[in-house]
Design a protein around this ligand. Sequence first.
Ligand code: NOJ
Length: 559
Amino acid sequence: MSEEIKRAWYKEMAVYQVWPRSFADGNGDGIGDLKGVLEKLDYIKSLGVDAIWFSPLYKSPQKDYGYDIADYRDIQPEYGTLDDFKAVLKGAHDRGMKVIMDLVVNHTSDQHEWFKKSIEDPDGPYHDYYFWRKGKGKRRPNNWMSTFAGPAWEYNEKLDEYYLHLFAVEQPDLNHDNPKVREEVKDIMRFWLDMGVDGFREDVITFISKKEGLPSSPYYFPIGTGIENYMHGPHLDEYLSEFRHDVLDKYDCMTVGEAPMMTTKKALHHIAEGPDQQLNMMFHFEHMAADCMFFSWLHTGFKLKKLKKVYTRWQKDLYGRAWNALYIENHDQPRIINRYGSVKYRVESAKTLATMYICQCGTPFIYQGQEIGMLNIALDSVDDYVDVSTHNNYKVARSLLGEKKAMDLVHYASRDNARTPVQWSAEKNAGFTTADKPWFYINPNYTEINVASQENDPDSILNYYRKLLKLRKENEVLIYGSYEEYYKDSGDLYVYGRFLDDKRALVVLSFSEENVSFTAPGGFDLSKGKLALSNYETCGAVNNGFTLRPYECRVYLFD
Ligand code: NOJ
């Protein structure tokens, strides 16, 4: 094994993300819950993953579906109790799976005790837990806009002050410059780690330090104005290091920080291995902008070359220095087949997309439903959507582009696309709930796209994911190997190699609905390689090449 790369359990694992409300309903009230998760632990394990990341399970008014936390030490009653959580934790551990919690500490809910007390007693200790500021005359304290659209300040009449909220109005930002807030965060971490959880996904953690004086921005965007004043802010290093040294280092745990607008250079600052490392991995967003500018509402159309460039940069810049977190879907992203794949070639493109990212160097994360190729949903009216950011972005889009285009964007970009209930079977309500009505719309395609129908089909997307994760697990070259890209100028093919000592892998992926011819790059003799995985049958090679069929993918291994 190459000496430059250090082994770690979090590097070898694959993670399954559960967004609890839509995963599985165990008590028949129409809402996903922990009882449902418990019943599905064997299914999750059967995928070949080693850990579960739970999107927030905590007590919350659900204005942002759990990312607005009212009590960090209790479970949302709709999802169950702390004992139910402990049963899931034990069930996961018994099956050899780790459990990762979402740590949402950039903000709380406005229903959190701290926030309520910050209003009740402006001279008390909790006022400074948040960013309360006087207005400037009739104007807000600065011109920042929420990342969900609309101003980032909300006025409170009783106090004649405004509070900062970078997300929804009901999500006031915590003031991490107050050492008491950081102590609270560390206590929350200890609470869950002592219970036995194995790590955290840290929500927008790179936003927790705001520039002193909260200056106005010289730029204006309808969404996120002022972001340069808190993205990667002045004390971020200090606060993350404090969390690591005071808490995380004392446990055998892992962290992955969510980091919008992150570059490799900045990321290395936080995740490069060594004494100054602050987090184990980071979820950056650059590869999620291959069909848009920054985020999916600024839709441009998918460009494979853009995607490849980003992937190659992250693979190369981090190799031997830091570790990638790999994902193509989560609860904030529309379904990937609608974005980077092909609905016409749904099964083929789902497998190609899976191979594309899971064979890279890093820890792969798989979002619920991704493993069966779930698709976006198109609801008739914006009123049918429940996600707060969908409504805000729709309003901005409608004012700029008109109703029709705004609605097209809702269908393409809404986070609700990823939040429809998991399609377990072709039975009533897709087997998600026994209630008459699930909490949210089920995609009508569930009669065809569901877990049960794919379980027994050896060529299903579901069984492909299982084979792919097994292949990764059994071949260290796919975990720890270095990365080299070929065919860089191709707008149809994505080809890369992985190298570890004398082992090599070649990953060949087509993103075309037409046939594309391919010759293996120098150094790879296909007649000496083993075709380890493909999404088509009868995959021969002639003269060291072959013709790829629509969205065909192949993984060759060489000794
Ligand atoms: C990122 C989370 O993934 C998203 O769902 C949430 O709305 C924001 N952070 C605010 O917590």
